[in-house]
Design a binder for this molecule. Structure first.
Ligand SMILES: Cc1cc2nc3c(=O)[nH]c(=O)nc-3n(C[C@H](O)[C@H](O)[C@H](O)COP(=O)(O)OP(=O)(O)OC[C@H]3O[C@@H](n4cnc5c(N)ncnc54)[C@H](O)[C@@H]3O)c2cc1C
Length: 441
C-alpha cells in the first residue's frame, strides 16, 4: 500500500489526512504541538457565506459559498447557523452595498435587503443579510483527525519535523520516517521545511479581541471592502472582534491593535461600548504572492515538487476543497485511483456530559469529548473550552490541571487590553500567582 506523510495538524493537514485515509491510502500525520495550535485555533471561526470576497475575489467567493453549504451538511455538530448581516454606517458604505448585492447575485450567494429596523445598530443606514455562520475550528479539526484515525491513519502529536530529504522526514527526536509522498501543510511555516518552494508565502498577523459575553447572535460585517476591524463573530458564550492584517509572524497582540479594533467595533455595534474585553489573541495567516496585508490574496496554492506537495494559503471555510485538491495531487503522484469521499458527514465527537463533568462554570464546559488516543491529556483544555469564558481560567484551570500554562498564555492576551494603572495591578496579581506556581520567568 502507498504511504503518505502529512506534516501539520491544522485544519488543512487534518482535512488531507481524512481525505486520503477515506481513499484507502496509508497516512501518517505528524504535528509538532497539539492539533489546531497554529492559525486554525486562532481564527474567528467564521464560516464565510462568500459575500465578504464577492466584489474583490469572485472565484474565492464562489468556493466559500459552495463549501459553506457542504460544511453545514457534513459538520452540523460544529456549526452554529447564525446568519450574517452587512451594516452600512454612512452613505459611502451604503453605496458599496449596491456593488455587494450585484456581486453576490452573480456568485449565487444569498443576500437580501433588510429594513434598518432589524439591525442591531440603530444608526445603520443600510442592512443586508446573508448566510454566514460560526464554526468551531478546534472541534472541526479534531473531527477530521478522528475520522482519519478510524480509517487507519496514524496521528502523532508532539512530533515536530526538522527536515524533509529524499523521500524521508527527520523528526526533532532524530528519528526518520519514509513515505512515497510527503505533504507539507505547516501553514505559514511551510517554506522553512521546503526552502526552495516557488510559493511566495508571506506570514500575516491578525489580532482578535474576545468579549466577556456574547454581544450579538448574528455575524456582523461592515458594508465596505475587507478592512481592519470590520467583523464581529459570535463564538459560544463570547463574541470575537476582528481583525487586523500586517506582515509579521508574531502571535503577541499589541495595544494599538486593541485600540483600533475597539474603535471600529463600537462603530459597527454601538451597544458594545463599555463591554469588558477579556483577552486578545493573534494568529498568522500564510498569504500568497507579493505585496503585504490587505493587498495580498486570501487564495491558496498547491505545489508538487520531487514527491513533496506543499499547500499554503486559503481559509478555514475552504479547507475541505483544498484537502480534496491536495489528495487528488497525491493520488496522481502515487499512480493510484480513489474518489474523494469527504462530502460524507463527519462523526460527532461530542458526548453527553453529566453535570459532575462540568469543569468550567462560566463556559459550562465539560469533559465532553469522546476519547481520542492521539490527544495528550495536557492539551485537552483547549478543546473543552476551559479558560475560554469570563473568568479566563482563573477558576477552572485547576480542574484541568493546567494552572501555570493557562496563566502564562492568558497574560499574553490580557496585557494589551488593560489600562496603565490596571495593568500594574494585574501584573502584581499575575506575578504572585506565577511565583506560587513556580514559574521560571
Ligand atoms: C486572525 C485570523 C482570522 C481568521 N479568520 C478566519 C475565519 O473567520 N474564517 C476562515 O475561513 N478562515 C479564517 N482565517 C484563515 C484560517 O485560519 C487559515 O486559513 C487556516 O486555519 C489555515 O490552516 P492550516 O492548517 O493551513 O495552517 P495552521 O493552522 O497554521 O496549521 C499548521 C500546523 O502545522 C504545525 N507545524 C508547523 N511546523 C511544523 C513542523 N516543522 N513539524 C510538525 N508540525 C508543524 C503547526 O503546529 C500547526 O498546527 C483566519 C486566519 C487568521 C490568522
Amino acid at each position: 500500500m502507498s504511504r503518505v506523510i502529512v506534516i501539520g495538524a491544522g485544519i488543512t493537514g487534518a482535512g488531507i489526512a481524512r481525505d486520503l485515509s477515506l481513499r484507502g491510502v496509508e497516512v501518517t500525520l505528524l504535528e509538532r504541538n497539539a492539533p489546531a495550535s497554529g492559525a486554525t485555533g486562532r481564527c474567528h471561526g467564521l464560516l464565510h457565506s462568500g459575500a465578504r470576497y464577492a466584489v474583490s475575489d469572485p472565484r474565492a467567493a464562489i468556493e466559500c459559498a459552495k463549501e459553506n453549504l457542504i460544511l453545514k451538511k457534513i459538520a452540523p455538530y460544529y456549526v452554529e447557523d447564525t446568519g450574517g448581516l452587512f451594516l452600512a454606517i454612512n452613505e459611502d458604505e451604503a453605496a458599496y452595498g449596491d456593488r455587494l448585492l450585484d456581486a453576490c447575485r452573480r456568485a449565487s450567494i444569498p443576500m437580501e435587503e433588510l429594513s434598518c429596523e432589524e439591525s442591531p445598530n440603530k444608526h445603520a443606514v443600510r442592512c443586508l443579510s446573508t448566510n454566514d455562520a460560526a464554526i468551531d475550528p478546534f472541534l472541526l479539526t479534531l473531527a477530521n483527525l478522528y475520522d482519519a484515525r478510524r480509517n487507519g491513519a496514524i496521528i502523532r502529536t508532539g512530533a515536530g519535523v526538522e527536515l524533509i530529504e529524499d523521500g524521508r522526514v527527520r523528526l526533532d527526536d532524530g528519528n526518520k520516517a519514509r513515505a512515497d509522498v510527503i505533504i507539507n501543510a505547516t501553514g505559514h511555516e511551510c517554506s522553512s521545511l521546503k526552502k526552495d518552494t516557488r510559493l511566495q508565502v508571506r506570514p500575516d498577523k491578525g489580532t482578535i479581541l474576545v468579549t466577556e459575553r456574547r454581544v450579538c447572535d448574528v455575524v456582523l460585517n461592515r458594508m465596505r471592502p475587507p478592512s481592519d476591524g470590520d467583523i464581529i463573530v459570535p463564538s459560544h458564550t463570547t463574541s470575537l472582534i476582528g481583525t487586523t492584517s500586517a506582515p509579521s509572524s508574531s502571535t503577541v497582540p499589541a495595544r494599538e491593535e486593541y485600540r483600533m479594533l475597539m474603535r471600529e467595533a463600537v462603530a459597527l455595534l454601538p451597544s458594545l461600548k463599555g463591554t469588558r474585553i477579556i483577552r486578545a489573541f493573534s494568529g498568522v495567516r500564510p498569504l500568497i504572492g507579493s505585496g503585504e496585508g490587505r493587498s495580498l490574496s486570501r487564495d491558496y496554492r498547491l505545489e508538487a515538487d520531487n514527491g513533496i506537495i506543499t499547500v499554503a494559503g486559503g481559509k478555514l471555510t475552504t479547507y475541505r476543497l483544498i484537502a480534496e485538491k491536495a489528495a487528488d495531487m497525491a493520488m496522481r503522484l502515487l499512480g493510484e485511483r480513489g474518489e474523494c469521499r469527504t462530502r460524507e458527514p463527519l462523526p460527532n465527537i461530542l458526548r453527553d456530559a453529566p453535570a459532575r463533568d462540568i469543569l468550567c462554570n462560566c463556559e459550562q464546559a465539560a469533559g465532553r469529548l469522546i476519547e481520542m488516543d492521539f490527544l495528550r491529556p495536557a492539551d485537552l483544555w483547549k478543546y473543552n473550552r476551559i479558560g475560554f469564558g469570563a473568568c479566563q481560567g482563573m477558576r477552572c484551570a485547576k480542574n484541568a490541571g493546567r494552572e501555570r500554562e493557562l496563566l502564562e498564555e492568558r497574560w499574553k492576551g490580557v496585557k494589551p487590553v488593560l489600562d496603565d494603572v490596571q495593568l500594574r495591578q494585574s501584573y502584581l496579581t499575575w506575578a504572585s500567582y506565577m511565583s506560587r506556581l513556580g514559574s521560571s520567568k
